[in-house]
Design a protein around this ligand. Structure first.
Ligand SMILES: Nc1ncnc2c1ncn2[C@@H]1O[C@H](COP(=O)(O)OP(=O)(O)O)[C@@H](O)[C@H]1O
Ligand SMILES: Nc1ccn([C@@H]2O[C@H](COP(=O)(O)O)[C@@H](O)[C@H]2O)c(=O)n1
Length: 202
């Protein structure tokens, strides 16, 4: 089994890069786990209270569950991955079964910031895009897909996203084996990661 951790600031293109990496891989050879699925369950809070949570601080993530799930997958066991709703800003009641695969990709802003999680990765990748580029992408995505308005995205960016990026995410870059520059679509870097994965699969 090859376990790959992919980190990088919001909007850097982690999801896009993961999709490009797995595009030509057989579906039953790879499993993707997003850190976003492991946001803590906030069902006990009102929607207004949830709106004030700092979703960029490591404390907002249930790392214990994520780590235990990854350990189970490495042992060859299936897991029940939580399902998170960005619109409701909490965990849903249903779960999704994830089966162990030859390649497991774990992606999320903070996946290289947690030492115990980091230890489980065979390969660590950091996707880099400049902060202005990331903010533009985030604005477009959150208003289109995550039910946020312009004011909410900018307020969160200034009060949580940017300070947490500087404190936790950017410093985790030093743990990466590979840094992918992604201000523009980087087909060469994606191709190189694919080659490494294919070598492992064959
Ligand atoms: N290299 C790129 N150039 C332009 N837009 C990109 C690039 N990579 C991703 N995007 C777009 O930016 C937005 C955020 O990308 P996404 O992959 O969701 O980032 P992340 O998972 O890191 O938050 C998406 O709308 C995506 O289509
Ligand atoms: N309810 C939530 C939970 C998280 N976020 C933001 O998501 C970002 C991480 O996801 P990416 O796909 O952008 O890596 C993070 O910066 C949180 O602020 C949110 O907006 N609402």
């Amino acid at each position: 089994m090859l376990v790959i951790g992919i980190a990088g600031g919001t909007g850097c293109g982690k999801t896009t890069v993961v999709n490009q990496i797995v595009e030509e891989l057989p579906e039953n050879e790879v499993a993707i786990i997003s850190q976003d699925s492991y946001y803590k369950d906030l069902a006990h809070m009102t929607k207004e209270e949830r709106g004030a949570v700092n979703f960029d601080h490591p404390n907002s993530i249930d790392f214990d569950l994520l780590i235990s799930h990854l350990i189970e997958l490495k042992k060859g066991n299936s897991i029940q991955k939580p399902v998170y709703s960005f619109v409701e800003e909490t965990r849903m009641s249903e779960t999704e079964t994830v089966h162990p695969r030859k390649v497991i990709i774990v992606e999320g802003i903070l996946v290289l910031s947690n030492p115990k999680l980091r230890e489980l990765f065979d390969m660590k990748i950091f996707v880099h895009a400049d902060s202005d580029e990331r903010l533009i992408r985030r604005l477009q995505r959150d208003t289109r897909e995550r039910g946020h308005n312009l004011e909410k995205v900018l307020y969160r960016y200034q009060t949580a996203v940017k300070p947490m990026h500087n404190e936790f995410i950017e410093p985790s870059k030093e743990f990466a084996d590979i840094i992918i520059p992604n201000n523009h679509y980087n087909t060469v870097a994606v191709g190189m990661v694919r080659t490494i994965i294919n070598e492992k699969l064959n």
